[in-house]
Design a protein around this ligand. Structure first.
Ligand code: PEP
Length: 252
């Protein structure tokens, strides 16, 4: 049975004290979550060790990284490798976020290398993709999503998919307060699952968790999560407030 996942992307927010406060508040407010559900937070690199350390006392919240370099090590000033993440207790990484694509020019070629590097290190990947507003307005959103997935992921072995989580994030809905409707999310998630069935088989498609991301908040989480092909959410702004994040987790 595929996992339900609520993952918070803290982006470039919160200092050490604020990060500790938030993760402690989330842990304290988290009731019993069933074993098929994963709750994940993703602090900036510098705060990962503090959050990991805080979470050693509470194993219900996992910690992921927001990014990673595609090389093993070397002269890549400012970058962080898979091995460094693993040694800091991180085995899940978010890749392909639209902000990385837009502001740091991350393209399909680079993302393929990052995905491969993560998989070589047996890390889980939360792979983000989604169309821009102009793509949707031009009714080109299915093509864009198909291209993004095929380009970066469809060369992977079937067994690699055990480590892949997909996050459909329409760019027009990220941080804008505008959300895809639950029906729009379901329509795209079903399309994605069909693509995976066509490329691999139904077993792979049925096992992969597909998250929705884009202005999910307590008020809309339940409706979006009620859709059969939506297996949870990648949450930006609302993951920075423990009450909101906990309400979204409770909606899963
Ligand atoms: C995100 O950054 O992945 C995201 C979905 O942000 P927000 O929830 O703020 O739209």
């Amino acid at each position: 049975m595929r996992k339900k996942i609520v993952a918070g992307n803290w982006k470039m927010n919160l200092n050490k004290e604020q990060s500790l406060q938030l993760v402690n508040d989330i842990s304290a407010g988290l009731g019993n979550i069933d074993e098929n559900t994963r709750v994940i937070v993703s602090p900036p690199f510098i705060n990962i060790p503090y959050v990991v350390d805080a979470e050693k006392r509470n194993t219900k919240v996992e910690v992921a990284a927001q990014n990673m370099h595609f090389k093993e090590s070397g002269a890549y000033t400012g970058e962080v490798s898979a091995d460094m993440l693993l040694s800091a207790g991180i085995d899940t990484v978010i890749l392909g976020h639209s902000e990385r694509r837009e502001y740091f020019n991350e393209d399909a070629n680079l993302l393929t290398q990052k995905v491969e590097q993560a998989l070589e290190h047996k890390m889980d990947v939360i792979f983000c993709f989604g169309e821009k507003l102009e793509d949707r307005q031009a009714d080109n959103h299915f093509n864009v999503v198909e291209y993004q997935l095929k380009d970066a992921l469809f060369h992977l072995k079937e067994s690699d998919w055990q480590r892949i989580v997909l996050a459909y994030e329409p760019v027009w809905a990220i941080g804008t307060g505008e959300t895809a409707s639950a029906d729009q999310a379901q329509e795209m998630h079903a399309f994605i699952r069909n693509l995976i069935t066509d490329q691999y088989d139904e077993d792979v498609a049925e096992e992969v968790s597909i998250l929705y991301g884009g202005s999910v908040k307590p008020a809309n989480a339940q409706e979006i999560f009620s859709k059969p092909d939506v297996d949870g959410g990648l949450i930006g702004g609302a993951s920075l407030k423990s009450q909101d994040f906990l309400a979204i987790i409770n909606a899963i």
